[in-house]
Design a protein around this ligand. Structure first.
Ligand SMILES: C[S@@+](CC[C@H](N)C(=O)[O-])C[C@H]1O[C@@H](n2cnc3c(N)ncnc32)[C@H](O)[C@@H]1O
Length: 511
């Protein structure tokens, strides 16, 4: 560096810990499945290469690296401290398929091809909206350069129009926090933001009451790290979807789909809105109209190379080889519910009503197998006799044609509930215990996280909030102790229920 070169600006991620988490929608099995449904054939999750830009402390990559030992994971982050923490943990866990490097995304473009490499999946989560514009350009350029021909990249960003709702509050918090000493700024921003939201809700209840109440609750629940790195971020910028896609297209990238199946599909709109949206044939304009109607404020977009040959119409035949995992977490055909016309489920994506008996029976069969996934064929083979048993098959289960008809009908229904988050689809589901093993065993990463954090990534790469007892139990699930021994060690009478819940949440490997 020459004497007069300006020192790099301090990176807030070096001195204010932002813990990294497992993000299920970045799992290569899920991204690969989204691509495969559009007739792309990326590498299988069990033998792929993944790059994460702005990987922080590797919270996402370490969980994937443990789950997929034959795949390789490279993470890059500008901040040295989180990289150092991530490398230390990877070393302790003996993970030799993950490489975390301190580097600026902008500098990756100068790396020779052999150093950068080619990746089947590239993740840039929580980065694009929070960096200067030249870093955004570099993110897209790196993706274009390093993405394998059938690869998938996932990029998230704050979006308009929903982010407009937040802007006054965020500006207030930033403005007000500057009256505090640096070490008090996060607290000052939170207290100030809560005060401001409450004032506006009271002073303008008819115009902004409900909105400010919602922002108040969301702010109350935000961690200090989120307040520092999101509300007080120096470079925060939201985007209209069309503007984001224009940039991505300039870099030779195309819209594949939304990474989360539970948002922004025609299935999520009222029949009248879906009809109007169906009339917009350009997928990008259609998505933008969806954002207007849904007031989207955060997007997780899956991209592919512009020259990839995509097929947008969904062929139900494609689903035949997939496995389904229960995410309803309720037996919707439990004996006490059977006389009810319909079951209403409260899900993280809103209320879902289930009325058809065949679908409820299929979901109940899936629930009985949870947390293990069943292939669609297995599920249908187990469900169809149950339909006949309950007289819910319209007499179709008796012959082959009828069974095929039932199978096709159920497949359509099961895909529809995938969009509602009631099932998760896998190409290669994780290998999980069928029941609580005599000596329960979770992964070394899970035991480590359980000792230090309120949320722990499951073996299915989902960050699960656990209470203190669940975490204490999980930390001891090393395959050497029985449930009774774990209870004794913790001074508890019985931990059977805790083990059952941890089992349901996909924390145990087969015994
Ligand atoms: C909000 S955090 C997100 C971390 C992680 N991806 C997640 O979602 O949990 C953003 C990360 O991007 C990193 N970052 C910011 N500018 C960068 C750059 N120019 N090159 C590489 N990483 C950068 C920061 O250091 C920080 O770790």
């Amino acid at each position: 560096m020459s004497d007069d070169a300006a020192p790099p600006p301090p990176n807030p991620f070096d001195d204010f810990v932002y813990p990294g988490y497992a993000y299920w929608f970045t799992h290569p099995d899920h991204l690969g499945l989204l691509a495969w449904l559009h007739y792309l054939e990326p590498a299988p999750a069990s033998a792929c290469r993944v790059l994460e830009l702005g990987c922080g402390d590797g919270g996402n990559l370490l969980s994937l690296a443990q789950a997929l030992p034959e795949s390789r994971f490279v993470g890059v982050d500008l901040a040295g401290e989180p990289i150092y923490r991530g490398l230390a943990l990877a070393g302790d866990l003996g993970l030799d398929n993950v490489d975390l490097r301190q580097a600026d995304v902008r500098d990756l473009l100068a790396w020779p091809d052999d150093d950068l490499g080619s990746f089947d999946f590239i993740v840039a989560h929580g980065l694009f909206s929070w960096v200067p514009d030249d870093v955004r350009e570099a993110v897209l350029a790196v993706i274009r350069r390093a993405l394998a021909p059938n690869g998938v990249a996932v990029v998230s960003f704050n979006a308009y129009p929903g982010m407009h709702d937040y802007e006054a509050l965020r500006h207030f918090m930033r403005f007000h926090s500057l009256t505090y000493a640096p070490e008090e700024r996060v607290k000052g921003a939170r207290d100030g933001g809560l005060w401001y939201a409450a004032q506006i809700a009271t002073m303008a209840p008819e115009i902004k009451g409900a909105l400010m109440q919602r922002l108040y609750t969301s702010l109350e629940r935000s961690s200090d790290a989120l307040i520092r790195h999101d509300y007080l971020a120096e470079n925060e910028q939201s985007f209209w979807f069309t503007d984001f896609m224009e940039r991505a297209q300039r870099h030779g990238l195309a819209f594949l789909t939304n990474a989360k199946p539970t948002v922004l599909r025609l299935a999520h709109f009222s029949p009248e809105h879906a009809e109007l949206l169906r009339g917009v044939t350009d997928p990008i304009r259609q998505q933008q109209y969806m954002d207007f109607l849904a007031n989207t404020r955060f997007r997780v977009v899956a991209l592919c190379r512009a020259e990839a040959r995509l097929e947008r119409s969904a062929d139900l035949g494609r689903f035949a080889g997939l496995a389904l995992e229960d995410r309803a977490h309720t037996d919707v055909w439990a004996e006490e519910l059977r006389d009810d016309e319909k079951v209403t489920l409260e899900t993280p994506h809103g209320l879902v009503e289930l009325s058809g008996r065949p679908l409820r029976i299929a979901l109940s069969v899936l629930h009985a197998a949870a947390p293990r996934a069943l292939t669609l064929e297995e599920l249908l083979a187990r469900t169809i006799p149950e339909l006949a048993r309950f007289g819910a098959d319209d007499g179709l289960a008796a012959n082959e044609d009828g069974r095929a008809q039932l199978g096709a009908w159920l497949t359509r229904e099961l895909v529809a509930v995938w969009f509602q988050g009631l099932v998760h689809l896998w190409h290669e589901p994780p290998d999980l215990a069928a029941a609580v093993p005599e000596r329960p065993q979770t992964g070394p990463l899970q035991r480590e996280r359980a000792r230090e954090r309120a949320t722990v990534p499951s073996l299915a790469h989902r960050e699960e909030p656990l209470d203190a007892l669940e975490r204490a139990v999980l930390a001891l699930c090393d395959g050497a102790r029985t449930g009774v021994e774990i209870a004794r060690e913790l001074g508890e009478r019985d931990v059977g229920e805790v083990l059952a819940r941890l089992h349901r949440l996909a924390f145990f490997a087969p015994g």
